[in-house]
Ligand binder design. Sequence first.
Ligand SMILES: Nc1ncnc2c1ncn2[C@@H]1O[C@H](COP(=O)(O)OP(=O)(O)OP(=O)(O)O)[C@@H](O)[C@H]1O
Ligand SMILES: [Mg+2]
Length: 220
Amino acid sequence: MYHVYMNYGPDQPVLYDITLRIGKAEFAFVTGPSGAGKTSLLRLIFLAEPCASGQILVAGENVARLPESRRHLVRRKIGVVFQDFKLLPLRTVAENVAVGLEVLGWPRRQVRRRVEEMLRLVDLEHKAHVLPARLSGGEQQRVAIARAMIGDPPILLADEPTGNLDAELSLQIYDLLERINARGATVVVATHDRAWVERTHRRVIALERGRVVTGGLPAA
Ligand SMILES: Nc1ncnc2c1ncn2[C@@H]1O[C@H](COP(=O)(O)OP(=O)(O)OP(=O)(O)O)[C@@H](O)[C@H]1O
Ligand SMILES: [Mg+2]
């Protein structure tokens, strides 16, 4: 994205002159203190928030000025795991994962096969028919990731995917995100968890008070 500005209302600028480029199949962290704008940046890429000015290119297309009627086409290319996207409590794990394909009208058998594949990927085949309340935090997070990836989007955005998890479960989640990246998806993870970020040696885009302070452009 190039020279992107965003605000939540006339006197609430949030992102200032953001220029960054994340390559296809890259794995990048977005870090920064609370309030720096990490969540806002991911929401902007997912077109959940309008951008005030600048260009946002997703798979080569400038989507910053896309009319609402065409935004869903871009969103389909992006899997998201946001903290406020809860699992449906009265649906089983398998049903939660299937939601994204059902709205697209996929035939049942194909949905079932694809759900099985995703549950295998996140190592939760044995919990397919359980309700989310019966899962641990890490398992719920893996279900959310499976749900995000069900349509095989080329991009995955994850906001604090290890937010409430202990070190062991965090490791599992990062391992899963690495596997998704190894399958060819671009993965962008927002987190303030510096320890994890430093351990992985992945690219870091650091935000501070709505500006990119380091890492906006890939190391050549
Ligand atoms: N819906 C909103 N309306 C108005 N202001 C908002 C809204 N959401 C966020 N903000 C403001 O935008 C700024 C950036 O918030 P954002 O949630 O993007 O930060 P963050 O880096 O994700 O922080 P955290 O680490 O706490 O999740 C903050 O100053 C916040 O108060
Ligand atoms: Mg946030």
